[in-house]
Ligand binder design. Structure first.
Ligand code: NAD
Ligand code: USQ
Length: 398
């Protein structure tokens, strides 16, 4: 079994992934600067579920399973020396990189958050690649990227897994085949950092022959996994606020507390989804199937189904009797889009997708009901505007 570092292992996806990898018998070391907890304090918006401190989480895991997970509090964007020391010391088989600021609305709040998101995310990724190239070149980097790098232009084209095969017309008229990274079209500063990450990966795979898998993940829903269910102190975080709450989980807690479902605009946005249990399975599968040194970056689309936002609202309203509210869209995004995505690579590795119809929505609804009294209703509205009101009226004179 492997020696695996999980950067961002205290977060929503990173914590259950760390437990899953530990349960499979890997030796897991979590690196996290706990910035997600700091931002929750800054926003005054805590996880719906009462998450334990990282120390209590790890001792509960040891008590319940006898397995040990190590923890290091390191800011991988700012403390390169500490990161280098860990990578030098551990020589990990794989590093799973979740350690970025991941909320699109937070990244669009203002100048401070835009700069923080770019500085944090780009430095975290680049520092990791520099450290691995320097002292542990065989380490496989498994990065959590996003479906959002592709944009949502969807006009019937199936989004491939990372690369687009095109023919470029040469001056003499010959058609030359090329396989290029799918052109990015990010919809927020956060999504832009994931687009920039792709170039960093492309370069280090080419120049230093680092083995890299970039997982283009859809919106994660649900909260518990087989491992986080084992003890109350292992419970996963559940964000529902206007910045960090993602759409399906928000609709479920809104239904539980009697808040109308907050559909942005017409709700015609179609997005890709994956349950948190499948996230952890996919990461394990990606680790088990690394590219060779010298290969190009392996891109896998980590999603299992697509849904239109208003259809999700209608489905949850039908189950729960919740009202649906079509609110002004705070974001700058297409009102309606189609979305077709290839996820053949994970299906070929044996993933059996969990879908909304598998009943886990009921479990998430039960968790929402159980902790409904912890929900602060004032944190539900999405207040981060992509374009401030006064910016809309600025005339372009250049
Ligand atoms: P999260 O905010 O819950 O977790 C991220 C973790 O990384 C946090 O614990 C945070 O403290 C840590 N971190 C951030 N910057 C760090 C730094 N500089 N040094 C050390 N630790 C740092 O987010 P999440 O929902 O678990 O997402 C994890 C990854 O998966 C992100 O990169 C995100 O882009 C990607 N992703 C998430 C979703 C989703 O729906 N949640 C969907 C697609 C992709
Ligand atoms: N939306 C609503 N109502 C809400 C919240 C969101 O209608 O109350 C809409 C948004 O306007 C958007 C869609 O639902 O059209 C998805 O929003 P989201 O907040 O669920 O997801 P997003 O901002 O795209 O970001 C999340 C994660 C991010 C990850 C991304 C995957 O926070 O880390 O990268 O999902 S993806 O969307 O596939 O790029």
């Amino acid at each position: 079994m492997g020696n695996i570092v999980v950067i961002g292992g205290d977060g929503f996806c990173g914590w259950p992934t760390s437990l899953h990898l530990s349960n499979l018998g890997h030796h897991v070391t979590i690196i996290d600067n706990l910035s997600r907890r700091t931002i929750a304090d800054e926003l005054g918006a805590q996880s719906l579920t009462p998450i334990a401190s990282i120390a209590d989480r790890l001792s509960a895991w040891k008590r319940v399973t006898g397995r040990e997970i190590d923890f290091l509090n390191v800011d991988v964007a700012k403390d390169f020396d500490a990161l280098m020391a860990v990578i030098t010391d551990l020589q990990p088989d794989a590093v799973v990189h979740f350690g970025e600021q991941r909320a699109a609305p937070y990244s669009m709040k203002g100048a401070v958050q835009k700069r923080y998101t770019v500085d944090n995310n780009i430095s975290a990724t680049h520092n990791l690649l520099v450290a691995i190239a320097a002292v542990s070149p065989d380490t496989h980097v498994v990065h959590l990227g996003t479906m959002g790098v592709y944009g949502y232009d969807g006009d019937g084209l199936e989004i491939p897994e990372g690369y687009l095969d095109v023919k470029v017309e040469a001056p003499d008229g010959r058609l030359l085949p090329r396989s290029i990274l799918y052109p990015t079209n990010p919809g927020s500063v956060y999504h832009m950092t994931k687009s920039l990450d792709q170039l960093l990966f492309q370069f280090y795979a080419k120049n230093d022959h680092i083995r890299i898998t970039d997982l283009h993940q859809g919106i994660v829903w649900g909260t518990q996994t087989d491992e986080t269910r084992l003890d109350e102190a292992l419970i996963n975080r559940f964000d529902y606020d206007g910045d960090y709450g993602t759409v399906l989980n928000r609709f479920l807690i809104e239904a539980a507390v009697g808040h109308p479902l907050t559909v942005h605009g017409t709700g015609g946005q179609t997005r890709a989804f994956i349950n948190i249990q499948d996230t952890v399975r996919c990461v394990a599968l990606a680790i088990e199937n690394p590219p060779e040194r010298g290969d190009r970056v392996r891109v896998r689309n980590q999603m299992t189904e697509t849904h239109r936002v208003r259809d999700l609202a209608a489905m949850i309203a039908k189950i729960t009797g919740a009202a649906v509210d079509f609110v002004d869209n705070p974001r700058n995004e297409a009102a309606e889009n189609e979305l077709k995505v290839s996820n053949r690579s994970f299906l070929a590795l044996g993933l059996t997708p969990i879908t909304l119809s598998n009943g886990l929505m009921t479990e998430t609804l039960e968790i929402s009901n159980r902790y409904a009294d912890r929900c602060d209703l004032s944190k539900i509205p999405a207040k981060s505007l992509w374009r401030k009101a006064d910016e809309d009226t600025v005339a372009v004179t250049a």
